[in-house]
Design a binder for this molecule. Sequence first.
Ligand SMILES: Cc1cc2nc3c(=O)[nH]c(=O)nc-3n(C[C@H](O)[C@H](O)[C@H](O)COP(=O)(O)O)c2cc1C
Length: 366
Amino acid sequence: MFDQLFQPMDLGGQTLPNRMVLPPLTRSRAGDNGVPTPLMAEYYRQRSGAGLVISEGTVVSPQGASYARVPGLYSEHQVQGWRPVVAAAKSQGAAVYAQLWHVGRQAHSSVQPDGGKPCAPSAIAITGWQYRSPQGRVPFEEPRELSIHGIREIVEQFAVAGRNAMAAGFDGVELHAANGYLFDQFLNSSSNRRTDQYGGSVENRLRFLNEVIDAVSSHMPANRIGVRISPSSTWMDVFDPDKRALYCALVRSISPRGLAYLHLVEPGIAGAVDSADHAEPITSSELGALFDGPVIVTGGHTPRTAAATIGSGEADLVGFGRLFISNPDLPLRVRLGAELAGLRPEGLYGGGPKGYTDYPALQTAN
Ligand SMILES: Cc1cc2nc3c(=O)[nH]c(=O)nc-3n(C[C@H](O)[C@H](O)[C@H](O)COP(=O)(O)O)c2cc1C
C-alpha cells in the first residue's frame, strides 16, 4: 500500500529507507539537567522504522528552555546521554537529526537559571496565551531585549549545540524556526521592533537565522542542516502584515545554501494541535516550489494524503506527529494496510512509560 511512501531517497548523502518522518515531538522525559534517559532510547527505538527521525526540541542553553524535562545539547553529560538514544533511533537505518531549540520569550523567569526575565528580540510580551508553570497558568512576562552581544552569544550556543549533536552521533540538525519560538520572534514584526541590523527590513529580520546557519555550518556540511518553519501560524502572537512576503523571502534566502531540507508545518496547525485560527494560509506547495532541495511537510497528514502529496511532487517527505506517538511501528502498519491506533491523552508531556512507550507494536497489539 502507498508505494510512494516507500521509495528510498537521498538526504544529505544518506539513503533514507522510506519517506515517512518522525517529526520533532516534545515528550518531557529527560532526566535532571536535560540529560536523555534510557526510557527515551526505548521510545526512539520503537519509532526507528521512520526514514528520517527528528529529535524532540532540544535546547541550546538553560535560558532557551521553558518546559520541564526537555533535553539539551550544551553539556558533555547531555552528549553522553544522547549517544545510546541516537544509536537506538538509527537501529533500522533512519537518518537521525537533532532539533535545536531556543524558546526566547516563551520562557518564564521561574525557569530561568538566574531567575531573570526571558530574552527576545524586543521587550514585547506574548498576549492571549498563558505560560504553563508548575503552579498553574500565569501570564507571559515582558522579556528583556537582547543586546547585540547577547545575540552573538546565542548564535555561538547554536554552533556549540551543532558540534555536540555530531559528537552524540546525530547525522545532522534541524533549526526550530517554527511555532513562535526565538527564530520566529526575530522573523515576525509583531515580536521584533528592533532598529538595528536585526530588525526593520525583512532582510534584517532574516539575519539571525542566516547567522546561525553560518555558525552551525562550521561544524557540519550545510547539507546536514535543515530548517523548520510554520508560515501560516500565528500561535504565540507571531504576526506580520505580510507573512507571505516574509516566508517567501526566507525560503529564497536559504534556498541557495545547499541545506539538507526545508520542513514546512502545514496551515491549520497551532503548535501541537489543530486550529482554524491562523493567518491566511500559505500553502506548502507554494513555498516548497521556491526551495532548491528536499521538502518535508508535517501537519494533519494521513498515509493517504501523504502518498498523494509525494506522488504529486509537492513534497519529498511527510511527517506524522500524533500518528507516530500512538503507532510506534507506523511504517510497518502502513505497508501492511493495518489499522492505526488513536492517541490517548495521558502522558503526552512528562511522566513515565505510560502514554510514551506503552503503545503496542503490531505484533503485540490486541
Ligand atoms: C506532543 C507534541 C509535542 C510536540 N513537540 C514539538 C517540538 O518539540 N518541536 C516542534 O517543532 N514541533 C513539535 N510538535 C509539533 C509536531 O511536530 C507537528 O508539527 C504537529 O503535531 C502536527 O503534525 P501531526 O498532525 O502529524 O500531529 C509537537 C506536537 C505534539 C503533538
